[in-house]
Write a protein that binds this ligand. Structure first.
Ligand SMILES: *[C@@H]1O[C@H](CO)[C@@H](O)[C@H](O)[C@H]1NC(C)=O
Ligand SMILES: *[C@@H]1O[C@H](CO)[C@@H](O)[C@H](O)[C@H]1NC(C)=O
Ligand SMILES: *[C@@H]1O[C@H](CO)[C@@H](O)[C@H](O)[C@H]1NC(C)=O
Ligand SMILES: [Ca+2]
Ligand SMILES: [Ca+2]
Length: 306
């Protein structure tokens, strides 16, 4: 499964402008064990998914019907796998673009169409810069350094100011080839507790699961251990290096849109002819748009309400 990287951003916004970001939740491992919401987000985009979760089933179906007509770009009355894939790609891109647009004015204080590092820093870390707190759970100094490092990588022309494309790369580095190294570096730093620059098995599991006193270990934890040995640690030296970590978080042979399209098709193609009618889709509307708010869905909603 693909490991999800959330930009530092979502959390920054809920905590209010004055607090920096919580980097460690960039990684949402539990998503791996809950496919359902993943589909809805991929299919609808985050904002739409949120809206749909509030709708009664009839209205949800009606709106899905409208979407189906849009997906069927060649208007042959069927939704093909390619059309589905294209739609999902567009939803993903839209989500990224929307998030940049939405946040732009909060940071571009002087409205000159650039977000300078100073602007970003002042907005995100204002209370810390006013007077460093000591009672915090977070090391703001470290987070600020990390943000600056990422900002400098995103800032391709090195003028310490981000245009929309650079700011998008800063917020959503996992979507940009040139941000790959910094994504890997941050991921390793998050998980590498003993500071040797590698992720060993204990650290890998520790990132997703911490045994509570007396609790029976869930089965997926053992599965993850096997995953580590069989797939993650390719050279079998007991730890993941940069290259192995990259393969894990941004596997080059994994296309999220492709996987989601196949998954949605398989779930709803009742007559197994390899394409979907509107009826087939509406019959499985809960697969496409969901039917209830889960904890995870609720958490995502908060991120967007500001
Ligand atoms: C950032 O804050 C400092 C201190 O308040 C101020 O001097 C500086 O002008 C601010 N920079 C920007 C770009 O707003
Ligand atoms: C916070 O991070 C900075 C920079 O990495 C480090 O020098 C400092 O010791 C850390 N402070 C605490 C309290 O861990
Ligand atoms: C396809 O869907 C069926 C149930 O509709 C499920 O049992 C099967 O595992 C799915 N296959 C894939 C490859 O997702
Ligand atoms: Ca500016
Ligand atoms: Ca290895």
């Amino acid at each position: 499964m693909l490991r999800l990287l959330l930009g530092c951003f979502a959390l920054c916004i809920i905590c209010g402008r004055s607090k920096p970001t919580e980097k460690k939740s960039r990684v949402l491992s539990h998503i791996q064990h809950d496919d359902k919401n993943f589909d809805h987000e991929a299919f609808l985009g985050l904002d739409e998914a949120k809206t749909f979760e509030q709708l009664p089933p009839e209205e949800s179906r009606r709106r899905l019907g409208v979407i189906v007509d849009k997906i069927d770009t060649n208007r042959d009355g069927f939704v093909s796998e390619d059309e589905l894939k294209l739609w999902i790609r567009r939803s993903q891109q839209k989500h990224v673009d929307d998030s940049v647009e939405r946040q732009w004015n909060d940071f571009d204080l002087n409205h000159d169409g650039q977000i300078t590092w100073d602007e970003y820093k002042n907005v995100t870390y204002s209370s810390f810069l006013d007077g460093p707190q000591t009672d915090s759970d977070y090391n703001y100094t470290q987070m600020l350094l990390r943000d600056e490092r990422r900002f400098r990588v995103a800032d391709t022309n090195g003028n310490l100011a981000a245009d929309k494309h650079e700011f998008s790369a800063f917020l959503h580095p996992e979507h940009h080839e040139y941000m790959k190294d910094i994504v890997v570096q941050e991921t390793i730093e998050d998980i590498d507790k003993n500071g040797d620059g590698f992720i060993d098995l204990k650290e890998y599991i520790g990132d997703m699961y911490n045994a509570e006193e007396g609790e029976q270990e869930p089965e997926w934890v053992e599965t993850e251990r096997q995953q580590f040995s069989e797939f993650r640690d390719k050279n079998n030296d007991g730890k993941m290096d940069k290259e192995e970590t990259l393969d894990w978080i941004l596997p080059s042979d994994y296309d999220h849109a492709d996987a989601e399209a196949k998954h949605l098709l398989n779930e709803s193609d009742a007559n197994k002819d390899g394409k979907l009618t509107k009826k087939e889709i509406l019959n499985k509307y809960e697969v496409f748009v969901g039917s209830q708010v889960t904890d995870f869905g609720a958490a995502l909603m908060q991120h967007d309400e500001f």
